[in-house]
Ligand binder design. Structure first.
Ligand SMILES: *[C@@H]1O[C@H](CO)[C@@H](O)[C@H](O)[C@H]1NC(C)=O
Ligand SMILES: *[C@@H]1O[C@H](CO)[C@@H](O)[C@H](O)[C@H]1NC(C)=O
Ligand SMILES: *[C@@H]1O[C@H](CO)[C@@H](O)[C@H](O)[C@H]1NC(C)=O
Ligand SMILES: *[C@@H]1O[C@H](CO)[C@@H](O)[C@H](O)[C@H]1NC(C)=O
Ligand SMILES: *[C@@H]1O[C@H](CO)[C@@H](O)[C@H](O)[C@H]1NC(C)=O
Ligand SMILES: *[C@@H]1O[C@H](CO)[C@@H](O)[C@H](O)[C@H]1NC(C)=O
Ligand SMILES: *[C@@H]1O[C@H](CO)[C@@H](O)[C@H](O)[C@H]1NC(C)=O
Ligand SMILES: CC(=O)N[C@H]1CO[C@H](CO)[C@@H](O)[C@@H]1O
Length: 477
């Protein structure tokens, strides 16, 4: 466990940063420094009293660096010169190379080696390298704590036994019993300073066979320690005989949320950011619920709303009898209708896609009426199977993100009711101000828009009609 963030360090850090007047006011009003991760702060004022101050969160000077990461399945060529994000395999290795003290991983399941699923394919190598690297870090006394779902696929994987044998602490969280879903989050917190979050499972196929999108944020202890609180909710629920607390202890509360995002300079650009979580039972005080984060980003859009998700069902998926759940579908339509927002929805289509999804997509497409100023477009993204048909559950777009002219949202949830009501996930909402003049990286929402446009205009994105005439979801390429 990372215990470095005790009170003296926090005060030292604040002093070091030089408290601006705004910070000083904030501290006076709040009466105590921001709680550090993993430390009980009995003097913490009720969150509401200072939330009411509105926008008084101090700008912080972590000099956070945000990098978008993605995995592109092998043999999915794009036009040369297409935009791309950093490779996830590289980003994960870099994070491991950076680790000095601790790595906390929230994961659904693990399957980093080919033999786990009886596959002998060179594309499993990056996963195997990752597993070896983790063992080396454990040998160097870097601690590794893993929270994983107790009901999960890849039962044959020995990854977690191997890591535990090298000293990793592993907790299997019985989410099914506790909240009726699974632990579906995928994020890392490294040394309480760096984070990864995104759609990728701890699965070698997520590095070479599945399309994924995520973000790494370096040198950002404030956000890292905030995400660590969500990790801690899993960690305590993974202890023997744990029960879901009626109210979470105060030290799990977040002071970084939709109303009070972190404000600071990331990559030299003024940035606001916060993490959301689902389901509500895993949102201690001050934590924005994932569904509210998604809806807020949609409501904020004035120009465009581009969404890439694996599934789109305005229903429940796992509870029976199924229930109609039009919350997101309504919000998408309301954005197109009331806000004049140009909506594009890119949904994955693969071997295991449930065909009952298509009527919902066609219904959304039918809502489009350019003459009345309502612009909605739906496409399905098909990763050609090519000669990779021997690898099960791969060749699919697994990304879950959304971008508007204002904000980037990166999440882990499918867009159906269960993911927000009973599955535990996290979301990241980021907004960056455009640079005034100097050249530099474009704001993150602009980078994400470029990635979306690349996919949208690629030959793998097919209109709903295109799908019925010719290409089906198991396109050989
Ligand atoms: C809150 O405090 C308790 C008791 O000290 C500790 O066990 C737990 O890890 C802390 N949780 C967080 C999120 O800081
Ligand atoms: C898991 O192992 C069992 C027994 O070795 C085998 O029959 C099964 O096919 C394996 N499952 C997968 C997904 O590889
Ligand atoms: C895996 O495949 C390679 C070549 O494709 C072969 O040399 C090797 O023996 C195979 N390994 C196993 C365990 O089947
Ligand atoms: C790791 O920690 C153990 C016990 O604290 C110590 O004996 C060992 O020398 C340490 N190894 C390294 C590489 O620091
Ligand atoms: C993080 O901070 C360290 C120390 O200031 C610096 O060496 C490193 O380059 C930074 N990392 C990134 C990705 O900016
Ligand atoms: C698979 O197909 C790709 C291109 O589609 C080709 O480059 C590669 O050599 C093929 N691999 C095998 C093992 O056939
Ligand atoms: C997404 O939803 C599909 C079908 O609803 C389900 O089979 C799958 O497990 C979900 N997967 C992820 C990773 O979101
Ligand atoms: C490699 C990987 O992440 N595969 C997942 C792709 O999505 C399906 C459906 O959600 C999962 O079952 C696979 O595990």
């Amino acid at each position: 466990m990372d215990t470095r963030a005790g009170p003296p360090e926090v005060l030292g850090l604040l002093a070091m940063l030089g408290l601006g007047i705004m910070t000083a006011t904030y501290l006076l009003v709040r009466g105590s420094p921001p709680p550090a991760c993993c430390q009980l702060n009995p003097k913490e004022e009720p969150l509401r009293s200072w939330e009411a101050l509105g926008g008084a969160a101090p700008p912080q000077r972590d000099s956070c660096q945000l990098v978008l990461t993605e995995s592109l399945p092998q043999d999915l060529p794009y036009a040369t010169g297409s935009p791309s994000a950093q490779s996830l395999a590289l980003a994960w290795l870099q994070l491991l190379n950076t680790a000095q003290e601790s790595i906390h991983v929230a994961s659904y399941y693990w399957s980093l080696t080919g033999p786990d699923i009886g596959v002998n394919d060179s594309s499993s190598q990056p996963g195997e390298v990752l597993l070896q690297k983790m063992q080396q870090l454990l040998a160097r006394n870097v601690s590794l704590a893993v929270a994983t779902s107790s009901s999960a696929p890849a039962r044959n994987s020995t990854d977690l036994q191997v890591l535990a044998a090298h000293g990793a602490e592993v907790r299997h969280v019985p989410m099914q019993q506790l909240i009726g879903g699974v632990l579906h989050s995928k994020f890392w917190v490294v040394d309480g300073q760096h984070v990864y979050m995104g759609s990728a499972n701890m699965d070698w196929r997520s590095l070479t066979q599945v399309k994924e999108l995520g973000a790494v944020i370096y040198n950002c202890s404030s956000l890292a320690q905030d995400l660590e609180k969500t990790f801690q909710t899993y960690w305590v629920l993974g202890a023997p005989h744990a029960v879901l607390p009626k109210t979470w202890p105060r030290n799990f509360s977040s002071h970084i949320n939709r109303f009070q995002p972190l404000r600071g300079f990331f990559n030299g650009l003024f940035t606001t950011a916060y993490f959301s979580a689902s389901p509500p039972a895993l949102c201690p005080r001050g934590r924005t619920q994932d569904l509210d984060a998604v809806l807020a980003v949609m409501r904020g859009a004035r120009e465009f709303l581009y969404v890439s998700v694996m599934d789109y069902f305005p229903t429940t998926r796992f509870s029976h009898p199924a229930r109609y759940w039009p919350v997101l579908d309504n919000a998408v339509r309301a954005a197109a209708f009331g806000q004049g927002v140009h909506v594009r929805l890119l949904v994955s289509c693969w071997l295991h896609t449930d065909p009952t999804m298509f009527p919902y997509l066609r219904s959304l497409q039918a809502f489009s009426n350019p003459r009345a100023g309502i612009s909605v477009d739906v496409k399905v993204f098909i990763v050609p199977v090519g000669n990779h048909s021997s690898i099960p559950f791969s060749r699919v777009n697994h990304s879950k993100y959304m971008v508007t002219e204002k904000a980037a949202y990166i999440g882990t949830s499918n867009w159906s009711a269960d993911y927000f009501s009973s599955t535990s996930g996290v979301g990241l909402v980021v907004h960056q101000q455009a640079p005034r003049a100097q050249p530099g990286p474009p704001p993150v929402q602009e980078q994400l828009r470029q990635l979306f446009e690349r996919d949208w205009s690629s030959r793998y994105a097919v209109s709903l009609d295109g799908r019925t005439s010719g290409q089906d979801c198991v396109w050989q390429g």
